[in-house]
Design a protein around this ligand. Structure first.
Ligand code: SF4
Length: 253
């Protein structure tokens, strides 16, 4: 499997202390993406401060397993491993044996996903994942295709499937000029209401520009979006809580 980073002691990618595995390759192209090195599913070379580097390395199951198990003593009952990206579910077949091994060891498993993947990939791993974190981005079909290259029919089909199998956390990136407008807020609230019995928690995610240096290394133009103020995030949280009746948390990741 191709991975760009294995990050130990992560505190924002699920419960407890976790090790996050960043998988390379994504089906979407969100203009605000803070992980541009994870968009393409192949290795990419770059030069930074005169030094050559590479985004992406092939790992075997044993290599990832051993790296994650280094911190086994810190996971307690809740912590464990999180697969992120990019879109980890694009490599579902490859992570399946890993997930099975972690379950055998009593390590909890989590995944951060946009759900724009073939449904069979989700079917494959769903029995072995404890915590799903599912993005909810642009909920208008045409805008979803035009702005982030997503097939919203596929997303909705996958949401249907997932909600029939598991409870999950919804993550809404709040991005001025893309997801943050009254029409999209209304559509997001509608969708959350549709799946409310399967939703454990809702997180509103404030975007950051920590990925800008990586855009420069890849000679890509920097992301352009309007920053959303803390005050507006708080207002959105209150509005959404009022409409859906589920606690909403504002997060900066
Ligand atoms: S789904 Fe995530 S990794 Fe993929 S383009 Fe969007 S923000 Fe980036």
């Amino acid at each position: 499997m191709i991975i760009t980073n294995i990050q130990r002691f992560s505190l924002h990618d699920g419960p407890g202390i976790r090790t996050t595995v960043f998988m390379k390759g994504c089906s979407l192209r969100c203009p605000w993406c803070s992980n541009p090195e994870n968009l393409n599913s192949f290795q990419e070379y770059y030069i930074k401060d005169g030094q050559k580097g590479i985004y992406g390395k092939d790992y075997t199951v044993a290599e990832v397993f051993n790296e994650v198990m280094k911190d086994k003593n810190f996971y307690d009952c809740n912590g464990g491993v999180t697969f992120s990206g990019g879109e980890a579910l694009l490599q579902a077949e490859k992570i399946l044996p890993l997930l099975q091994k972690f379950k055998d060891e009593g390590i909890t498993t989590a995944i951060e996903t946009c759900l724009f993947v073939p449904t069979k990939n989700i079917e494959l791993v769903v029995p072995f994942i404890d915590f799903f974190y599912v993005d909810m981005k642009i909920m208008d079909k045409k805008k979803c295709r035009d702005k982030i290259k997503g097939n919203l029919d596929l997303y909705k089909k996958n949401l249907d499937f997932l909600s029939s199998k598991k409870k999950f956390t919804v993550r809404v990136p709040v991005i001025g000029g893309y997801t943050d407008n009254s029409e999209n807020r209304r559509l997001v609230a509608e969708e959350i209401n549709r799946y409310r019995t399967s939703i454990i928690r809702i997180e509103l995610i404030k975007e950051h520009n920590l990925g800008n240096s990586k855009y420069k290394t890849l000679s890509l133009p920097l992301p352009q979006y309007v920053d959303v103020s803390d005050e507006l995030m708080k207002k959105y949280k209150e509005e959404l809580e009022c409409v859906v009746g589920i606690p909403v948390e504002v997060c900066k990741i």
